[in-house]
Design a binder for this molecule. Structure first.
Ligand code: AP5
Length: 236
């Protein structure tokens, strides 16, 4: 199937027929939630916007929720901070408390786009009890590329947009306000990768056995990764 360009997404007057067909297929196939799955720095956050625009499902990023809790100084943030700074997973009960509250919100009734959740078999089992998962998109990137991506990542605190110093540079006008995440350093990312391989990657097989896992080559351009995700979700 021919693919839509990101520039067409959400700009209704310019939507062509192919775009409408792809959107319709996606909506038909994705009645429940979608999970973006992959190692740290695979491109989950980068790809989330495009899927949100196509499906109208809200993005639910446990990493963003935890960072918000830390900056609010809440008890939850205090509990999560040391785990995150060490590159370890936050305990399941904390994460599941956050998710069950979030899924009670009105905008979650037709499913959400999970970004960074679930990350353990226990989280996935609990999710199964409270929501329907229609698809799990595994963005596959080897460890060697991950460190370069993570160390060069910069974020715009005003818009949440994600950039990379080499692979996706920000416009000159906003460079002064970009920030780097505290856990985006080489030592922590190696721990995050260890946690991913030990605790999270077994989930791929778990979802594959359910027939809802799609694997995407994450080592293409950002646009090509997005095209492959949309194409594979439309076919599921
Ligand atoms: P979280 O915030 O979820 O971080 P993560 O999973 O480590 O993922 P990242 O946000 O680092 O990467 P991404 O895949 O979104 O990549 P991005 O698009 O930014 O979690 C942080 C911490 O919170 C965890 O370590 C843990 O402590 C805790 N936590 C969160 N959820 C939890 C849970 N469920 N259970 C327990 N603990 C939890 O891209 C990365 C960079 O690469 C960017 O610079 C981007 O521009 C660039 N890039 C993207 N795509 C490409 C491409 N195709 N080519 C070249 N560069 C690219």
């Amino acid at each position: 199937m021919e693919l839509i360009r990101p520039s067409l997404v959400g700009t209704k007057p310019t939507l062509n027929r192919v775009c409408l067909i792809t959107e319709a297929l996606l909506r038909r196939n994705m009645n429940g939630s979608i999970v973006l799955f992959g190692p740290p720095g695979a491109g989950k956050g980068t790809q989330a916007n495009r899927i949100v625009n196509l499906t109208s499902k809200p993005q639910v990023s446990t990493g963003d929720m935890l960072r918000a809790a830390i900056s609010d100084g809440s008890n939850l943030g205090v509990e999560a901070k040391s785990f995150m700074e060490a590159g370890e997973l936050v305990p399941d009960d904390v994460i599941l408390g956050l998710i069950s509250e979030r899924l009670k919100m009105e905008d979650a009734k037709d499913g959400v786009l999970f970004d960074g959740f679930p990350r353990t078999i226990a989280q996935a089992e609990e999710l199964d009890k409270i929501a329907i998962v229609s698809a799990v998109v595994s963005i596959e990137v080897p460890d060697d590329s991950i460190v370069t991506r993570i160390v060069g990542r910069r974020m715009d605190p005003e818009t949440g947009e994600i950039f990379h110093v080499n692979f996706n540079p920000a416009p000159e006008t906003i460079i002064h306000r970009l920030i780097q995440r505290k856990d985006d350093n080489e030592i922590t990312v190696r721990n995050r990768l260890k946690a991913y391989h030990e605790q999270t990657s077994p989930l791929a097989l778990w979802y594959e056995e359910k027939g809802i896992l799609v694997k995407v080559n994450g080592e293409q351009s950002i646009e090509e990764v997005g095209d492959e995700i949309i194409s594979k979700l439309s076919e599921l």
